[in-house]
Design a protein around this ligand. Structure first.
Ligand SMILES: Cc1cc2nc3c(=O)[nH]c(=O)nc-3n(C[C@H](O)[C@H](O)[C@H](O)COP(=O)(O)OP(=O)(O)OC[C@H]3O[C@@H](n4cnc5c(N)ncnc54)[C@H](O)[C@@H]3O)c2cc1C
Length: 382
């Protein structure tokens, strides 16, 4: 039976960088992934993920975002691959809405560059958008997007080149902690390790049924549409955007990405940031009801006239929601700090992947991290 310093379960958003940091620091690491790397059954598929720093959700995330930006640059430098695209991010909505108020306040508190405009001032600067007179418009120049599938592939390949064993299509079935050792059984083999890191996303509860936190898995819809005036919406001419509408809904989208440089669907992508229907990650409805995308198309028609001539592609993706929408990063009780879990990323975790990978690698090998993750502890759900 092969023994490792650390076994990482789930080579996705958080697991791939975790393997990279462990391999880079010369630990013997095994990464186990039940599907291909990357794949479209979990939470990381879909070509692009927004990254932004003026975080409306909770000011405590800003320190993690500083590290995430730094670490995305680190992996880009180490491999020569571009993963982060600085497009800027246009926010709009009522001045006191959760998104606008929270973003503005966080930017002020942490001196994050942010332009603050009235609807009239913003109109000539963002001609594709139709602002309402009561909207406040914000623009974060250092925000943009990360390419998720490519990021996971780049971390994985470089981890392998640094000595990591990465096994795709091998599913962890059970694991236990006994006498200072972690024992793992997969559908193919048995292994032991000093430590285990569980980054299993939507499947976390399946391999940790006793986890003291509720996790709700929801089915999310993403649409790519064909705009009437393609050029107006291409990267370089159009930024990422984030809207808080008057009914409290949050919608966000991306520019059109040229297929010569980006894999995945073509068109202008948008999604609704709200947990959808609860689902079992092993039994997700991947087909679509007629008109299911209407809520998304209506947003384009109302706020970006001419942006949606017809739908090109629809896809599903999974949110893994914690009860308070904040992440969970902690040691697993009863394992004497031999097991670490990172889960509950609640539809906003991708941008943090480069920092979370380093954090869980440090927790597993040093027993601590220099990042302020106290607010993400498991015992807040007691
Ligand atoms: C539609 C949509 C849009 C999003 N937009 C954004 C955005 O713009 N910005 C942003 O920051 N975030 C965004 N997110 C959220 C972000 O993508 C997730 O928070 C993040 O991908 C979660 O990472 P994870 O590592 O927990 O899950 P995953 O990336 O899914 O990785 C978990 C991995 O564990 C594997 N696994 C599970 N069980 C086992 C097992 N027993 N054995 C072996 N392997 C196993 C899975 O197969 C999977 O590969 C979005 C999510 C969705 C669905």
């Amino acid at each position: 039976m092969k023994h490792y310093d650390v076994i990482v379960t789930g080579v996705g958003t958080m697991g791939a960088p975790a393997c990279w940091y462990l391999a880079k620091n010369k630990y013997r690491v095994l990464g186990l992934e039940q599907f291909d790397i990357p794949h479209d059954q979990g939470s990381h598929a879909g070509q692009s993920r927004i990254i932004r720093k003026a975080y409306y959700e909770h000011p405590n995330y800003v320190a993690l975002l500083e590290r995430a930006y730094q670490n995305w640059r680190e992996i880009e430098k180490a491999t020569g691959a571009q993963l982060y695209y600085k497009t800027g991010l246009l926010y709009f909505g009522g001045e006191s809405s959760v998104l606008i108020n929270g973003t503005r306040e966080t930017a002020k508190q942490f001196n994050i560059p942010l332009d603050i405009l009235t609807a009239d001032e913003a109109a000539p600067r963002f001609p594709a958008a139709k602002f309402h007179s009561h909207h406040q418009v914000l623009y974060e120049p250092d925000a943009g997007f990360i390419t998720p599938e490519k990021a996971i592939a780049v971390y994985t390949v470089d981890a392998i080149s640094k000595g990591a064993d990465i096994h795709a299509r091998e599913k962890l079935m059970t694991w236990k902690y006994t006498g200072g050792i972690i024992e793992v059984e997969t559908d193919k083999a048995k292994y032991t390790a000093d430590k285990i890191v569980i980054c299993a996303g939507a499947w976390t509860k399946k391999i940790m049924p006793g986890l003291q936190a509720d996790l709700t898995i929801t089915r999310q819809l993403i649409a790519w549409v064909k705009p009437k005036h393609w050029e107006k919406f291409t990267i370089g001419n159009f930024s990422c955007w984030f809207l808080n509408d008057d009914d409290g809904n949050l919608f966000y989208g991306f520019p059109v990405l040229p297929p010569k440089d980006f894999s995945g669907p073509v068109g202008l992508k948008l999604a609704h940031h709200k947990p959808g229907e609860p689902t079992d990650p092993d039994n997700v409805t991947r087909s679509f009801k007629p008109g299911e995308e209407k809520i998304l198309i209506d947003v384009f028609n109302k706020y970006f006239p001419g942006a949606a001539e017809n739908v090109l592609t629809l896809k599903t993706c999974l949110y893994n929601n914690s009860a308070d929408a904040d992440f969970i990063i902690d040691f697993i009780p009863g394992t004497d700090s031999h097991a670490v879990v990172a889960t509950g990323f609640s539809g906003h975790g991708f941008k943090f992947g480069s920092a979370v990978g380093e954090i869980v690698a440090d927790l597993a090998t040093k027993g601590k991290t220099d990042m302020p993750i106290g607010f993400l502890r498991l015992d807040r759900f007691k």
